[in-house]
Design a protein around this ligand. Structure first.
Ligand code: ATP
Ligand code: MG
Length: 575
């Protein structure tokens, strides 16, 4: 490709609406252009990168025994009604009506469609296992599209779905996918960590996420997930799923007599602990949440934080938020109580479901809200002053310094970008949609299913997030749009241009993906663009050509060597 023909427009400045480096660089280097919020054009350079990621994914999926198909992007609502998700998927699901007023949606994922395919096409256990996948644009009307391709509304995903006859089969399909994922990301030049993750409220199900860790780049926050990992063993988990052993702290308070005392203006745990001169760990914190449309009172030890996904899962919910003040007011009125946030407590409260974190069980002589503003109950004990809630669960956010449940060593936290996930669905969809096969024993049974996603566009962006410097992108070789760029310093210099053309033609003849920067631009502009665009190797032809030498630069290390054109060609061919 001649640079004069390449459809690319690099920009002097970063776009003003971009927060993270991958978004800034992909726009500035001419890879993507925004069409609407969270919706991007993939320009020719980007499309080359995406196709490379796709092809790696395709090769590894095929090698793992999966078969590619393509399902429709627009889906009828009936299927979603069958699975029960039409009413619970929420606003991320882009719904529309056709000319006959039939309700449809833009595919955010394809469990329903694949289950209908399995239901119609797989009759017998003899046809199992099956793993089907596609690579396609998805649409999710994300509440906060941001970070460019990392969280778009339209994005490209590989989604695979396995059908097995039994749990053992699913375990095997799952392991095969985990292995394929490791190879895929490794081939893309991305180090990933496979971490345990939340699998919603489906009882007993298992899922893992593949995270690109981005902790080293403290200046940006592209990693939307907190990943806890053990400093000694292999344990690692998304914060929405992580568990830990706590270090012991004081949980027996100094107030030995139960009484309600004045605690004016102590709206937060910190204010209350300071006012009473006690550690936060002898306070029972009471927080009101709204899970779907239900009010929930969560109790947790004062020095700990509620993990909202864990709390939501206790109630098999799809949505969770902290209650607004007017909602707390309504609860208080219905309970014939009168307190504002900060003074709420479990005693006498009505119309809410109460769940206690495991940390509150062991509290003794503790302090807790008593539903009277500016007052707290001190010296409280479970079973004496207040009943311990029946529902006790782990709803606690793990913190750095907590101990590993597997080996007892310290846990640490880092930020991660989720580039893929694997998920044991079990019979969630096959049961709901009555998708069955005839097993060995002649019985009709629902398929045991798994689903496996990779964000193709997010993976490409994550690669930029991990691989760049102050001059631009540094593509890992396997997913770079081109392998090498040839830059003659002066297009007026005949010898330089002739050598450049020769190298270019030789590389082309060997099927190397090569750019020749044949533009009449200043050398500085050409070299800057080469760095910005992030082509892994650069052959610069300048004055030293009179001695038969060119400069060979490796973008990743910024190392240069002065070698002959033939040696430069050999170096590229040897890659
Ligand atoms: P997230 O928690 O980041 O929203 P998810 O759990 O919704 O992801 P899945 O529904 O399992 O993800 O989708 C599979 C993969 O698709 C994810 O691992 C991610 O790489 C990618 N993906 C999901 N949502 C987006 C998005 N809005 N933009 C780009 N890629 C996405
Ligand atoms: Mg999502």
């Amino acid at each position: 490709m001649r640079m004069s023909n390449l459809f690319v427009q690099t920009l002097r400045e970063f776009p003003s609406d971009a927060e993270v480096m991958s978004h800034k660089l992909l726009v500035r280097a001419g890879y993507i252009r925004k069409l609407a919020n969270g919706i991007y054009n993939y320009l020719p350079l980007m499309w080359r990168v995406l196709r490379k990621v796709e092809n790696i994914v395709r090769e590894e999926m095929d090698k793992a025994g999966a078969q590619e198909l393509l399902m429709p992007f627009v889906q009828p609502s009936e299927l979603w009604q069958e699975s029960g998700r039409w009413d619970v998927y929420g606003k991320e699901l882009m719904r529309l009506k056709d000319r006959h007023s039939r309700e449809m949606c833009l595919g955010p994922t394809h469990e329903e469609v694949i289950t209908s395919i399995g239901r119609e096409s797989i009759r017998s256990y003899k046809q199992l296992p099956v793993n089907l996948y596609q690579i396609q644009s998805k649409f999710r009307d994300e509440i906060r599209p941001r970070f460019g391709l990392l969280r778009g509304r339209e994005f490209i995903m590989k989604d695979a779905y396995s059908f097995d006859a039994d749990e053992k089969g699913l375990d095997k399909s799952y392991e095969i996918m985990a292995e394929a994922y490791r190879r895929i990301f490794e081939r893309c030049g991305l180090e990933t960590k496979m971490v345990q993750s939340d699998s919603g409220a489906i009882g007993g199900s298992v899922s893992h996420e593949f995270m690109v860790l981005v902790n080293e780049e403290a200046e940006n926050n592209a990693g939307e997930n907190d990943v806890f990992y053990c400093t000694k063993c292999a344990y690692s988990a998304n914060s929405n799923h992580a568990v830990s052993v706590l270090t012991s702290v004081e949980t027996d308070g100094k107030f030995t007599k139960a009484e309600i005392i004045d605690t004016p203006n102590t709206h937060s745990i910190e204010e209350l602990a300071n006012f009473l001169n006690i550690p936060a760990s002898v306070i029972c914190k009471s927080l009101i949440y709204v899970v779907d449309s239900k009010y929930v009172l969560a109790l947790i030890r004062g020095d700990k934080t509620v993990e909202e996904t864990k709390l939501m899962n206790v109630f098999a919910g799809n949505d969770i938020r902290i209650a607004r003040n007017d909602e707390i007011e309504e609860i208080m009125q219905n309970s014939e109580l009168n307190a504002i946030a900060g003074f709420i407590g479990p005693k006498g409260i009505k119309g809410v479901e109460i769940v206690a974190d495991e940390t509150v069980k062991d509290l003794k002589n503790f302090v807790v809200g008593c539903n009277q503003t500016d007052k707290h109950l001190v010296g409280a004990n479970w079973g004496v002053d207040i009943e311990l809630p029946i529902k006790i669960a782990d709803i606690r956010l793990v913190e750095e310094g907590d101990k590993c449940v597997d080996c007892g060593a310290d846990l640490k936290v880092t930020r991660g970008i989720e580039v893929g996930n694997i998920f044991k669905l079990g019979t969630k969809y096959s049961k709901a949609m009555n998708a069955t096969f005839t097993d060995k024993d002649g019985q009709e049974k629902p398929f045991i299913m798994g689903c496996y996603g990779i964000g193709i566009s997010r993976t490409a962006a994550a690669a930029v997030e991990r691989h760049h410097d102050e001059n631009g992108i540094i593509w890992p070789l396997a997913i770079a749009p081109y392998t090498v760029i040839i830059v003659p310093v002066s297009d007026q210099d005949e010898v330089q241009m002739k050598t450049a053309e020769e190298i270019y033609n030789k590389l082309l003849a060997s099927n190397v993906e090569v750019i020749l920067d044949d533009r009449s631009e200043r050398a500085g502009v050409k070299l800057k663009d080469a760095d910005l665009i992030g082509i892994p190797y650069r052959i610069t032809i300048g004055k030293t050509i009179k001695d038969g030498l060119v400069e060979f630069k490796t973008r990743a290390t910024n190392e240069t060597e002065t070698i002959s054109p033939e040696e430069a060609i050999q170096k590229i061919l040897a890659l």
